[in-house]
Design a protein around this ligand. Structure first.
Ligand SMILES: [Zn+2]
Ligand SMILES: [Zn+2]
Length: 291
C-alpha cells in the first residue's frame, strides 16, 4: 500500500484500523508511507533528537535574556552571552550531523536484531513507565562511573575537558562534548534499553523514544544553570537536577551522577562547600571516637 502522501496513507490506515488510537495510526502511516523501515526509523530518530534538544533549550535561552530570572540563577555573575550560546548550538548541531547521523542508520537493524518491537498497538502506559524508571536508575549508574573515570587526568585532558569549557553551564551545553564522550556516555542511554531488550525480549521502540526524550529533558535542565522553588529535587530529594550538576561545572570535582544523588552520597563524592563541611564534621566525629 504505497500512497503518494503521508496524509493519504494516514486516511487509508484509519479506515481499516479502527481499533488503533490516533497516535498509533500516525505511527503506522509513517512506516507504511516510507516503505523503508531503516529510513523511517532513522529520519524519525534524528528529527526527534533535534526537535527535543533545541526545542527544550529554547526556553532556557529566553530565560537567560530576561533579567527577572537572575534571582534563580545558580552562578549569578556568569550569564552566557547570545554569541556564546549560538556558537555552542552551532557546534552541537555540526556534531549531530557528522557524528550522530551516520550512526542512526544502524539503529533500526540493531533494534530488529535485538527483537525490539516497532509495530502497533503500543505497550501500556504502566509498562512503559516501569521500563523507563529502570533505565533511569541503570543509566545513572553507568554515567556515574564513566563520568568519574573521565575526570582521571589523561581522560580529562584528552576527552572530557571540552565539556567543561563552560564553568557556568546553560541548556544548550548539555551535549557540548567530545564525540568520544558523546558515544561512551550515550552508550548508557542507548545500550541500557538494548541490554534490557536482549534479556527480556520485551521492549517497544516508542518506550525507547520516550526514555530518550526524558533523558534529554533531564540533561538539558541539569545544565540550565537555574534552580527554582518548584525544581523537581525539592519534591523528590534524590533527584539531581541543575543544582547538583551546576556545582560540578563550577568546581570540577564531585557530583558525577546524571539523574540521581545516591551514588555521590553513598560514595562520598558530593561537591560543594556544604558537602565539604559535612565531610569535615564526619571526620572530626570519627577522630573523637578514636580518642
Ligand atoms: Zn565532568
Ligand atoms: Zn555537564
Amino acid at each position: 500500500m504505497a500512497l503518494d502522501s503521508y496524509w493519504a496513507s494516514f486516511e487509508e490506515i484509519s479506515k481499516y484500523n479502527v481499533s488503533l488510537n490516533y497516535f498509533e495510526r500516525l505511527w503506522l502511516a509513517w512506516y507504511t508511507y516510507m516503505q523503508n523501515d531503516v529510513l523511517a526509523t532513522g529520519i524519525m530518530s534524528f528529527a526527534m533528537h533535534e526537535i527535543v534538544y533545541f526545542g527544550r533549550s529554547l526556553p532556557w535561552i529566553i530565560i537567560d535574556a530576561i533579567p527577572w530570572f537572575r534571582r534563580y540563577k545558580l552562578q549569578q555573575q556568569k550569564i552566557p552571552t547570545a554569541y556564546e550560546q549560538w556558537q555552542c548550538a552551532f557546534l552541537v548541531f555540526i556534531s549531530h550531523v557528522t557524528v550522530e547521523l551516520p550512526q542512526i542508520w544502524l539503529f533500526h537493524p540493531m533494534c530488529q536484531y535485538f527483537g525490539m518491537s516497532t509495530v502497533v498497538p503500543f505497550p501500556s502506559m504502566y509498562k512503559m513507565a516501569f521500563q523507563i524508571a529502570v533505565f533511569f536508575v541503570l543509566e545513572d549508574a553507568w554515567h556515574y562511573w564513566i563520568h568519574r573515570a573521565m575526570h582521571w587526568g589523561p581522560l580529562y585532558k584528552n576527552i572530557h575537558k571540552i565539556h567543561h569549557q563552560y564553568s557556568a553551564p546553560f541548556g544548550l551545553a548539555a551535549e557540548y562534548a567530545s564525540p568520544i564522550e558523546v558515544m561512551v556516555l550515550g552508550l548508557g542511554t542507548v545500550g541500557v534499553p538494548i541490554a534490557w531488550c536482549a534479556i527480556t525480549k520485551d521492549l517497544h521502540i516508542l518506550t525507547m523514544y520516550l526514555w530518550i526524550v526524558f533523558r534529554l529533558f533531564q540533561a538539558i535542565d541539569a545544565h540550565s544553570g537555574y534552580e527554582f522553588p518548584w525544581s523537581l529535587h525539592h519534591f523528590i530529594p534524590f533527584w539531581a537536577g541543575a543544582e547538583h550538576h551546576d556545582i560540578h561545572h563550577e568546581r570540577f570535582i564531585g557530583n558525577y551522577a546524571s539523574s540521581f544523588r545516591w551514588w555521590d552520597y553513598f560514595l562520598d563524592t558530593e561537591a560543594g562547600p556544604e558537602a565539604a563541611k559535612k565531610r569535615r564534621e564526619r571526620k572530626m566525629a570519627k577522630a573523637k571516637k578514636a580518642q
